[in-house]
Design a protein around this ligand. Sequence first.
Ligand code: C2E
Ligand code: MG
Ligand code: MG
Ligand code: MG
Length: 292
Amino acid sequence: AAKGGGRAQFRFYSNDLKESADDRREIEEDLRDALAHGQLEMHYQPFVGAKDHQVRGFEALMRWEHPEHGAISPTVFIPIAEDSNLIDSLGEWALRQACLDAAKWPGDLAVSVNVSAQQFLNENLPVVVDNALAASGLSAKQLELEITESVFMGDVSATDVMFKKLRKLGVRLALDDFGTGYSSLSYLRRAPFDKIKIDQSFVRGCTEGNNNSNAAIITAIVSLAKAMGMRTTAEGVEALDELERIGALDADLVQGFIFSRAVPQRAVMEKLATGELHYEPIGPARHRADRK
Ligand code: C2E
Ligand code: MG
Ligand code: MG
Ligand code: MG
């Protein structure tokens, strides 16, 4: 399905370019094939204690190796899957795979799986989650579902019922990308989150100057979370100065390239097989805007 005479491949690689309707349809078709033919893989990025740098779990991130176009970013294909009905089957596959992989990790490490708002509003989700747990043997408390504020745009009572059902299963809930959406504080009261993930846009530049608004926002989120019995993860930490500042601002957990990018299950198993739960920071001393 990926032919289409002379269309430029760069479109597939670009995250900023708005794909045409044709491009989107083609990506959608290819994605359907990808799921059927094993071109999708789950990779795992560690999240570690902000002070001890010991791994507590891994976030599952979907990867697609297109046979002709190479790696395609989830920021490109997830929105397309969301606009079609593909996100449900993609999401179900992701949950099952992540639970199967996490069940092989030693100890009681957690796995965090991203769940799109469309999946969240599908009343089948609790059954899908329960099946993934049963098929893998993973304990419910080791599974965390990451949702974004966009789920609150849906039907209020359906959303509240879904929260209750997921809670009853015993899985944990994290609010992803906090601060980038509407960030209404009433969401925090309505939903039983275990964790708030502070978006990386606040981490970037949180080290500069004294009167730093990003640092102030992080401080406020951390203290609000603590008062409500939730933990916080700082996302997208890349440099040593950011890591230090995040520790000083008292976030509980850190995730970012400074410790590791998302890696295949094989690499996770190799790391854990050494018995080493500690991650060494590998980032530059300071964040540079030009760093990719
Ligand atoms: P997200 O859930 O907020 O995931 C974090 C993203 O930040 C990931 O991008 C991760 O690779 C990236 N990241 C982690 N540390 C750093 C860092 O230090 N610096 C920078 N610049 N980036 C960092 P990725 O893997 O491209 O995923 C993008 C988004 O796609 C995710 O954002 C999530 O919304 C979505 N996504 C990925 N996998 C899935 C999935 O299985 N299901 C669903 N529904 N969405 C997914
Ligand atoms: Mg996430
Ligand atoms: Mg995020
Ligand atoms: Mg995101």
